[in-house]
Design a protein around this ligand. Structure first.
Ligand code: TYD
Ligand code: MG
Length: 430
């Protein structure tokens, strides 16, 4: 903000100072604040920009969290390179790696000629001073757990170090308009050791999901002061860096076995983005002891509930059956809209009938076996049809507001029993 914008009207200086922190913050009435749109820097990576709500906001502080080795440094090196190539000054400060190691990664990513600055340092103050001197547009801190602040005596990675370091960075970003991205490692328990305490301080929090065994990585916004949350970006870890996945549906369905039983497609909404997913079930007779219920990609409790509904409301015998659920591609489904596809996948495997290669199913299931309406039905139906899933089972309540895509057949159901009957017909036909 320039000096001229700051004081549109003269307000008694003493009154202002009463509310000033550190002696230099200005006091405004709400109307005095110029409401020009925030200005953003593009990272040159569309998926990252989208998760951020359209790019990195000037003067904002973003936390990027995730398991060690998931690709945080890789993605941020790529972003730094892209931004530097556009003539902006970028400082990549690492407290974890030597400049040589950073160079090795940059070589692999083809980023060695991009001109971003690298500093191997873990003194937060020194880093901030450097960034200020060079008038940086973007400062990357890799990682916040390795940073130390003068005057704070506890060890790096401790809550007070992490908090104080982030505080200093926040002040710097707000005062100078330099954007900052903080890397934070998550511990295995899923809590961001240290950095979780930062979530409320920073402007946006992005988490990497997916495991190192899969090549696909999901970047999810869980907080964003400048955009919508629950946006999802998809990446593929390749030999030369993180590649954007533009057509997620295609990839998540690529290895789908056609004509196999126990597989039903559903369209999940990840933020504003519809994404087709293959829901797989395997039902097998329990050989010994209690039946096993294993859920990967959905909540274990939700699976237990759905199986109970299937048993009670659709007459399925589940008590001597093992049930395994898997969501293809390492995806996680948290939406109740996935219920119907899970139940149908179980029924399909239990009966050993194919649910139909062009079938998709979506709907929330209640305890009385009723199929309830789902949000974003139109977007989901359109995505299914676009990907060739033209036979779509939906909650009856959703049916009337939907414009049927060309060539698609929508089947409304109001109960689990009714939905399962549709499969039974396949069983008799085949
Ligand atoms: P990294 O970005 O260092 O992870 P983080 O900063 O989250 O700890 O990358 C981790 C892994 O990715 C590492 O095991 C090597 C692999 N990798 C690739 O597969 N391709 C690449 O181009 C790069 C740079 C790394
Ligand atoms: Mg790293």
């Amino acid at each position: 903000m320039t000096e001229a914008e700051k004081t549109p009207q003269a307000i008694d200086a003493s009154k202002r100072n009463r509310h000033a922190s550190a002696g230099n913050a200005e006091l405004f009435t709400i109307g005095e604040i110029p409401d020009d749109a925030v200005s953003r820097i593009s990272s040159g990576i569309d998926e990252l920009d989208r998760v951020l709500g359209g790019g990195i906001v000037e003067g904002s502080v973003v936390l990027v969290g995730g398991d060690p080795g998931i690709g945080k440094s890789t993605l941020l090196t790529q972003a730094s390179a892209n931004i530097a190539r556009h003539g902006e000054i970028v400082l990549y400060a690492s407290g974890e790696e030597s400049t040589r190691q950073i160079k090795l990664r940059a070589n692999r990513l083809g980023a060695e000629d991009s001109g971003f600055y690298v500093l191997s340092e873990n003194d937060m103050e020194a880093i901030i001073n450097r960034a200020q001197e060079m008038n940086a547009r973007l400062l990357v801190i890799d990682s916040i757990q390795t940073m130390l602040l003068n005057g704070v005596t506890s060890a790096p990675g401790s809550v007070s170090q992490v908090k104080e370091s982030a505080m200093a960075l926040l002040r710097f970003a707000k005062q100078t308009g330099c954007s900052a991205i903080l890397v934070g490692h998550v511990t295995k328990e899923g809590s961001l050791a240290g950095p979780r305490v930062l979530e409320h301080m920073v402007d946006a929090v992005l988490y990497f999901e997916g495991d190192r065994q899969h090549q696909y990585r999901m970047l999810r916004a869980v907080k964003n002061r400048f955009g919508s949350i629950n946006e999802l970006g998809m990446f593929e870890m390749t030999g030369d860096g993180m590649r954007e996945v533009k057509n997620a549906s295609e990839i998540l369905l690529a290895e789908r076995a056609e004509g196999a039983s126990g597989s039903v497609v559903m369209c999940a909404m990840e933020g504003s983005r519809p994404m087709l997913t293959d829901v797989q079930a395997l039902v097998a007779t329990t050989v010994f002891g209690n039946p096993r219920r294993m859920a990967s990609g959905i909540d274990q409790g939700r699976l237990a509930l759905l199986l109970a509904v299937l048993e009670k409301r659709a007459g399925f015998r589940m008590y001597d059956q093992d049930v395994y659920i898997n969501i293809a591609g390492g995806m996680t489904l948290t939406e109740p809209a996935a219920d119907l596809s899970i139940v149908l996948a179980v029924a399909s495997s239990g009966w050993n009938v194919c649910a139909g290669t062009n079938l998709a199913a979506m709907g929330e299931i209640g305890l009385s076996g009723e199929v309830r309406a789902i949000p974003h039905a139109q977007r989901r139906v359109d995505e299914c049809a676009r990907m060739g899933f033209t036979r779509i089972i939906l909650p009856r309540a959703n049916l009337k507001q939907i414009k049927v895509p060309e060539g698609a057949e929508l089947i409304g159901v109001s109960s689990v029993a009714e939905a399962v009957m549709l499969l039974k017909r396949n069983k008799q036909d085949g």
